[in-house]
Design a protein around this ligand. Structure first.
Ligand code: PEP
Length: 246
């Protein structure tokens, strides 16, 4: 009922040349992926090139962020319409790196989520706790608050138009993934908060997913796929994770 989904977040990595080589590695190594939805999120400036290179493939693409505004005097921002113009299907919103380094609040993230669904762009909403919050046993509170900010703005049906990614901050880029059981516990909680809409909402896990850890994570009942950072920069590793999602 829910399609397994694997999304690569390339962050601010690679040159134009490296990007072309990475896409070529993905398209030439594309075997054994039949059911899974696969997408990559390159930096904004490479989206047009990636769109061109992925034209004949089954790989979708998206942006790493989107403006909460439709258009106007917002220097440096990129609107949902602009991303759709380039053929983007997805936009990540509320990644913990943006929450932390750009000071994005849950309310701003909710506004971005709404701006995306209004236009038919699929937002990938990132939620997750810091190590300190986990140690204080506040994981459900924090994840619940981040999620409820979006539910308050667009309703449960609105959230179900997007994808949710549970990304514990302490697991991102650290090589320290949550165990499948730890991740499952939070995924089940998110699905419960989503109510009946949760049945058809994809909930991805993100945080140091590697080819050798993917299958055990995907075997969990409420883990529908992954948002992958570091390992998405190596075509072979990313493809292995996609195959594990089948
Ligand atoms: C991410 O940044 O979304 C992420 C999951 O990164 P990594 O896989 O490198 O932990």
């Amino acid at each position: 009922m829910r399609r397994p989904t694997v999304v690569g977040n390339w962050k601010m990595n690679a040159s134009l040349e490296d990007t072309a080589a990475l896409v070529s590695g993905l398209t030439s190594g594309w075997t054994g992926v039949h059911q899974a939805e696969v997408a990559v999120c390159p930096p904004y400036v490479y989206l047009a090139k990636v769109a061109e290179l992925l034209e004949e493939s089954n790989i979708a693409f998206g942006a790493q962020d989107v403006s909460e505004h439709e258009s106007g005097a917002y220097t440096g921002q990129i609107s949902a319409d602009m991303l759709l113009d380039l053929g983007c299907k997805y936009a990540i919103v509320g990644h913990s790196e943006r929450r932390e380094y750009q000071g994005e609040s849950s309310e701003l993230v909710a506004a971005k989520f709404e701006a995306a669904i209004k236009k038919g762009l699929v937002p990938i909403l990132c939620v997750g706790e810091t190590l300190e919050e986990r140690e204080q046993e506040r994981t459900f509170d924090v994840v619940g608050q981040q999620l409820r900010a979006v539910i308050d703005r667009v309703g449960l049906e609105g959230v179900a138009k997007g994808v949710i990614a549970y990304e514990p901050v302490w697991a991102i880029g650290t090589g320290r993934s949550a165990t499948p059981e730890m991740a499952q516990e939070v995924h089940a909680y998110i699905r419960e908060v989503m109510g009946p809409e949760g049945e058809h909402t994809a909930i991805l896990y993100g945080g140091s997913v590697k080819p050798d850890s993917a299958a055990a994570l995907f075997a969990q009942q409420d883990i529908d796929g992954a948002l992958v950072g570091g390992a998405s920069l190596k075509a072979e590793d990313f493809l292995a994770i996609c195959r594990a999602a089948e």
